[in-house]
Design a binder for this molecule. Sequence first.
Ligand code: TXA
Ligand code: MG
Length: 315
Amino acid sequence: METRLIAATSEGIAEAAGVLRAGGLVAMPTETVYGLAGDARDDHAVARIYAAKNRPSFNPLIVHLPDLDAVGRYAVLTPEARALAAAFWPGPLTMVLPLREGAGLSPLVTAGLPTVAVRVPAHPLARELLRVAGLPVAAPSANPSGRVSPTRAAHVMAGLAGRIEAVLDGGACAVGVESTILGLDGPPALLRPGGVTVEAVEAVLGHPLVLPGDPAQPKAPGQLASHYAPEARVRLNATRARPGEVLVGFGAVAGDLSLSESGDLVEAAARLFHLLREADALAGPGGAIAFAPVPETGLGRAINDRLRRAAAPRP
Ligand code: TXA
Ligand code: MG
């Protein structure tokens, strides 16, 4: 299959919506990363998402919807979910909520769980595509399973060309790390740090989140230790390069490349996955990448989560 690159015009959006309605797969830009979109009601389309990514089918997908009304058709909105939606949607927040059985989602989307992950993205192209297609869109990040997430159309092409019908080209993603995932089928719990900070969520809830590592923390399916893996080995908390390493700096630690010379976490998140790919190319076969320390506050929590997974021992 030849993967088409579709331009961000109204004709392009109509073409991408047509692919989705016909059961095909389109990579769409969101403000976090590119998602591999398919009709969430269509077993065959959803099965093709898992196949294209080589993703284990026990790892459920996020359903993307244009607004809160649409979300309420597939998930049960708790009072906390409504408050969080008012504060952060459209935006980089995903909520895991009780699934409305019989609402028509493919059971492959939820991997058979009684919950569903839902998100209303903010990217104008994603919003327009969801509106024009008029269907719930299942979309994991548009990368082969376990590899670095895509923040540009070219990243999607590098990983999935030949396996999907099209990529809707929306340029570089503004946030650059995936959505924050909250479990809301029990006491609100952080399942994955992301584009909305823990501090901001706790300010809306008025109480602390259950954090990973807490005994009350529910198990998030598919949060594998090794993920976001480049070809090169990755070392963390480096202040200088060892022989043969490519150093990625932050703030005062200057490197061969820098996440943000001014130590800005928003800029660092937006550049993270692209720099991981660039450093990988610079390091070359059998090479190594070292990352300068990044503070564990605000977006730094999501950045460090991705870096720890990139550095984790690989299966
Ligand atoms: O920013 C994002 O969230 C991007 C864009 C495309 O929306 N999507 C994304 O999807 O990162 P993915 O598939 O790479 O990560 C989704 C995560 C997985 O770790 C999955 O296990 C979790 O969401 N998840 C999905 N449904 C769940 C559920 N019912 N309960 C718990 N975790 C769930
Ligand atoms: Mg992913």
